[in-house]
Each structure stands twice: as structure tokens, then as C-alpha cells.
Write a protein that binds this ligand. Structure first.
Ligand code: PAF
Length: 277
């Protein structure tokens, strides 16, 4: 596995593979990331991952400084998963002096996470565009856990005609249902014990949908009931939305994305399930 730090090195190495899968990450890799690397390898034959904690997608009071980092462990995990290349740029490489571009994708970036994190998706869209331009992958792999990010990146690719196919991998969960996330490492033991309620709440919505419930408010109420009154003040949103536009639904005529964001102390966790008819 080759570790590269500049766009020129990536471009020089990239030419070796006609089909290349790309897994962009912010590091502190867990089994969810690794499942994407393995899928990329199986589907493309060769895979490049990037590790870059992107400052522009963090708000001023967010966790950029304490975001967990483990570059050596990450490189060992990527090598074991069969990555061919790793791009590990510094902030100065991605954002040289004078950098000022920002990609705005409109309404879809202002809903859900965007309502709480106003500049987050401009930061994601801008860095992902830069990474796509540097890596020029055939396919890029993202996790369904960040459902809105997947919607935004699909729109980015559509709106700008970027020549890359987006592949979304299933959310990987702990045995008790908690979705894997680098931020789970912030949870205290008590918060960790409480956190699986997120998936229990989402699973209740899925069961109700399977039993025929099509009223979106009934599903939102059910999710909030399972979360319980104790978490109500810490719940940023419970959404039942169109999975393509993220517009809130009244009645589920087709599929839906049920998603939520809940704060456990200073740690904000998100999760979702897709309901398909
Ligand atoms: O999902 C992430 O880890 C990040 O948002 C991404 C896509 C690597 C962009 O910084």
C-alpha cells in the first residue's frame, strides 16, 4: 500500500488502474469504513482511501480540535483491508493560502443536519469535489449512516456532471444496534448504554411501516415515544422525509427516510433507516 500526500503523487499513481474505487474518510476508521474499502476492492479491483479531517465542515463550536485521530492504526487497517493507495494530505495542501471556493447545493443542505450545522454541507461538497478532482475515481463509496451526506453528494455529482458513480454501503452496527461512528468514542459508559435506544426507536418505525402505518406524524410520534421523555430536550429532530429531496412527508405513498439526531451530553449522534414499500 502506497501512502501519498500531494495531488501530483495521487495523479501519477492513479494512472495504473483503469477502474478505481475511492473511499473518502476523516480517519479513526471502524468496521463501517472497512466494509466500504472491501466493497470498493471487490467491485473495482483497486481502491484508494483518503484520510483528511476537513476543517471547513465543522462549525466554530464543534469538535474539530478533539476529533479522534489514529493515523498509524488507520494505515494498518487499510493495508489489512487491501487498499492500494492512501491519500493523506495536510490542510495546507487542500486549502492553500488564498483558497476561497465553496459549493452551495441549496435547499437539501439546509434541512435536517443543515438546520443545526449551517455550513456543514458546503464544507463537505467542496472538499469532496476537490478529492474527486484529485483522485478521479470510477466509483466513490459512502455510508448510509450519513444519509443526508449521501443525498447531497448525489446532487453534487448530478448538478456538476462529475464523472463518478456514487455507491452507498449499508450502515454497520454494534451487536446492540448502535450505528458505528468515530464519535461513539466520546460517549461515557452511561451514554453508551443508553445510545442503542436510537436504533430501537427507528426499528419501531420500520415495524409499524411493515404493519401498514403510512401516516408520517404517527411514525414521528412513535420514534419520540421510544426515545422517551428523558431524551426529548436532547433530540434535534425526528424526520420522516422523502429519501431523495429530504422534504418532510405527510403520508408515505412510496419509501421514506426516517432519521434522527440526539445529543448525549456534548456528543451528537445521528442514525436513520430507509423504509421501502
Ligand atoms: O463522511 C466523512 O467522513 C466526511 O464527511 C467526508 C465525506 C470524508 C468529507 O470530509
Amino acid at each position: 500500500m502506497q501512502v501519498l500526500t500531494t495531488p501530483a503523487e495521487v495523479r501519477a499513481a492513479r494512472g495504473r488502474w483503469p477502474v478505481l474505487g475511492f473511499v473518502p474518510t476523516m480517519g479513526y476508521l471502524h468496521a463501517g469504513h472497512i466494509s466500504l474499502v472491501e466493497r470498493a476492492r471487490a467491485e473495482c479491483g483497486a481502491v484508494i482511501a483518503s484520510i483528511f479531517v476537513n476543517p471547513t465542515q465543522f462549525g466554530p463550536n464543534e469538535d474539530l480540535d478533539r476529533y479522534p485521530r489514529d493515523p498509524e492504526g488507520d494505515l494498518a487497517r487499510l493495508a489489512a483491508a487491501g487498499a492500494d493507495l492512501v491519500f493523506l494530505p495536510t490542510p495546507e495542501i487542500i486549502y492553500p493560502p488564498g483558497f476561497s471556493a465553496s459549493i452551495e447545493l441549496g435547499e437539501v443542505t439546509r434541512r435536517l443536519e443543515g438546520a443545526v450545522r449551517p455550513h456543514h454541507f458546503a464544507g463537505v461538497a467542496t472538499v469532496v469535489t476537490k478529492l474527486f478532482n484529485i483522485v478521479q475515481p470510477t466509483r466513490a463509496y459512502f455510508g448510509q449512516k450519513d444519509a443526508q451526506q449521501c443525498v447531497v453528494i448525489r446532487k453534487l455529482v448530478r448538478d456538476l456532471d462529475l464523472p463518478v458513480e456514487i455507491v452507498v454501503g449499508d450502515t454497520v452496527r454494534e451487536a446492540d444496534g448502535l450505528a458505528l461512528s468515530s464519535r461513539n468514542s466520546y460517549l461515557t459508559p452511561d451514554q453508551r448504554a443508553e445510545a442503542p435506544v436510537l436504533y430501537r426507536a427507528l426499528s419501531a418505525a420500520r415495524t409499524a411501516f411493515a404493519a401498514g402505518e403510512r401516516d408520517a406524524d404517527a411514525l414521528r410520534r412513535l420514534v419520540r415515544t421510544v426515545l422517551g421523555e428523558g431524551l426529548a430536550p436532547a433530540t434535534d429532530y425526528v424526520s420522516v422525509a422523502d429519501p431523495r429531496t429530504l422534504e418532510e412527508l405527510t403520508t408515505l405513498t412510496d419509501g421514506a427516510l426516517v432519521s434522527l439526531a440526539v445529543r448525549f451530553g456534548a456528543t451528537r449522534l445521528i442514525d436513520n433507516v430507509l423504509l421501502t414499500a
